[in-house]
Design a protein around this ligand. Sequence first.
Ligand SMILES: Nc1ncnc2c1ncn2[C@@H]1O[C@H](COP(=O)(O)OP(=O)(O)OP(=O)(O)O)[C@@H](O)[C@H]1O
Length: 326
Amino acid sequence: MIELAGLTKRYGEKVAVNHLTFTVRPGVVTGFLGPNGAGKSTTMRMILGLDHPTAGDVRIDGKHYDQLKDPMKYIGALLEAKAWHGGRSAFNHLLCLAQANGIPKQRVHEVLDTVGLTAVARKKAKGFSLGMGQRLGIAGALLGDPRILMFDEPVNGLDPEGIHWIRNLMKTLAAQGRTVFVSSHLMSEMALTAEHLVVIGQGRLLADTSMADFIAQNSRSSVRIRTPQRERLLDVLHGAGITVVEAGSGAFEVDGGKPERIGELAAQHQIVLHELSTQQASLEEAFMRLTAESVEYHAHSDPAAERQLGVPPDEVWGRGNGWRKG
Ligand SMILES: Nc1ncnc2c1ncn2[C@@H]1O[C@H](COP(=O)(O)OP(=O)(O)OP(=O)(O)O)[C@@H](O)[C@H]1O
């Protein structure tokens, strides 16, 4: 478990991480999302004790990183690709890490096998492709068989096979009861991998919720309809007070509509339907919506500007739909 309490990091005037409080729990993959410069890497560096917080606290299974006796056995991390000596072989790189951390040599063979690098273990790492480099970084993170794993942009630059492999690995690690915390810019990938999401914007917490709730709370669903009896159905829906919008290709949509109600109305009037489907926004759409509003919030954070624009804070923050103010 990783627990952040009021974690804050300033670089001079710049507040990179602003009073973050959240807990990353075991058993699920937790996605860490935020636009460029939101503070994700800075947060991860503070979790690992590589940066010191200006204020607040972060604990790994109840302890500060520098209190951990064998840190690699508690938490393994992939922060940046190619953080190794290129002249060393993959095997020697991992062996050095293992020896420095009291981890038996046998474990090096195990992690090389897990990440699929056994065949190239004796080759110099500087000749590795980006994907092989990511695998080597992940092997290093797994070396201490830690209960907590943290990956910063693990799928950056990988081909579909590599992305698929990392996705399955993270899910497997979580299913083993480990804590898995992963940042990514690839929303479609995150939607397939993470069950829980922490979203930050400009250093502040915007959401800490399940993937399903995040999408439901930050997007609208609609019902898509196609019928060969357009005019009749439009009349019926209009008569029932239901507003429709054109959706292209002869279809139309009802924003926030209930498919049951529309299907029943069509049946009552013996109208043939060729399509009646619920459209749910993607994680990407939900993320854009939430972070766009967070930018708007910051643009209005000058009280004088807020008065001038007449925007009450609640409107900016989404009318109490469960988003956190951080
Ligand atoms: N050492 C530093 N000195 C000054 N400013 C820094 C330093 N490290 C980070 N920052 C600033 O802090 C903010 C957060 O940066 P950080 O790299 O943590 O964001 P991020 O969410 O990881 O971004 P990205 O998605 O682009 O990798 C940025 O505005 C960045 O410019």
